[in-house]
Design a protein. Structure first.
Length: 270
């Protein structure tokens, strides 16, 4: 009977110790308050939190993935679009995340939505479609500057889909088609120019070489002859027959000059 009070005290002390021990996992931290005032951040591992005197709150430090709901906004070039995104963030300061904001997850989500609409209004549609990484970077930079006071780190922001109206999709398709037609015409015109320039250079080379045109003409006739054609009509270039014409003209002039010796005096006398 003498040892009953001591036994009771030991029993109560054991209960107090049992209720004071907590295990905090590696990905958690415990924010401890003593008489309502912030005391310290404990963990991971086995920690002691005195009952009644102290209170603890677990904060998860793992990276959290949040789907930003679809947001309707107007781009800088007055195009109405719908955009959704994925936000990756984590707590780096457990005390700030619990003390400085009531619900850091909800606050970060709402801030991401408003930031997404704000950034879309500063970019044109073509820029958002062509440079999505720049859009992601702008959103991440703005979020980082604002959630830093809450002990939050924004790891990454990815704009997932940019939804357009049917009229805008048709307009973009027409614009892309017109751009392809323009490029095709430019390429065709450039090809024609290069072909004409090459032909001009070839003609100059053939003209500068004696007999070059005749050799080219004979090569063309040889290529035509290899095909199974019953009839081939081809023009006779004057350069090919000019030597023969010169010979005929020379012969005719020689004969004509011989007759002229006999016939010219009577004609001159007339």
């Amino acid at each position: 009977m003498i040892y009953e009070p001591a036994f009771i005290l030991v029993f109560l002390a054991a209960i107090v110790v049992f209720w004071s021990l907590y295990i905090i996992y590696e990905y958690q931290r415990a924010v401890v308050f003593t008489f309502g005032r912030f005391s310290q951040v404990k963990g991971p591992g086995l920690i002691i939190v005195l009952p009644i005197i102290q209170r603890k709150v677990r904060v998860d430090l793992r990276t959290q993935v949040h789907d930003v709901p679809v947001q309707e906004a107007i781009s800088r070039d007055n195009v109405s679009i719908k955009v959704d995104a994925v936000l990756y963030f984590r707590v780096i300061d457990a005390a700030k995340a619990f003390i400085n904001v009531e619900d850091y997850f909800s606050a970060t989500s709402k801030l991401a939505q408003t930031t997404l609409r704000s950034v879309i209004g500063k970019h044109e549609l073509d820029e958002m479609l062509a440079e999505r990484n720049k859009l992601n970077k702008d959103i991440q930079t703005i979020l980082e500057n604002q959630v830093m006071a809450w002990g939050i780190e924004v790891i990454n922001v990815e704009v997932r889909d940019i939804l357009l109206t049917d009229n805008m999709i048709r307009a973009i398709a027409k614009q892309a088609e017109a751009e392809r037609d323009r490029r095709a015409k430019v390429i065709h015109a450039d090809a024609e120019f290069q072909a004409a320039q090459t032909l001009t250079n070839a003609a100059n080379i053939l003209a500068s070489a004696p007999g070059g045109m005749q050799l080219r003409y004979l090569q063309t006739l040889s290529e035509i002859a290899r095909e199974n054609n019953s009839t081939v009509i081809f023009p006779m270039p004057i350069d090919l027959v000019k030597p023969f014409l010169d010979i005929i003209e020379h012969t005719a002039s020689t004969r004509g000059s011989g007759r002229a010796v006999t016939i010219t005096p009577p004609a001159g006398g007339a």
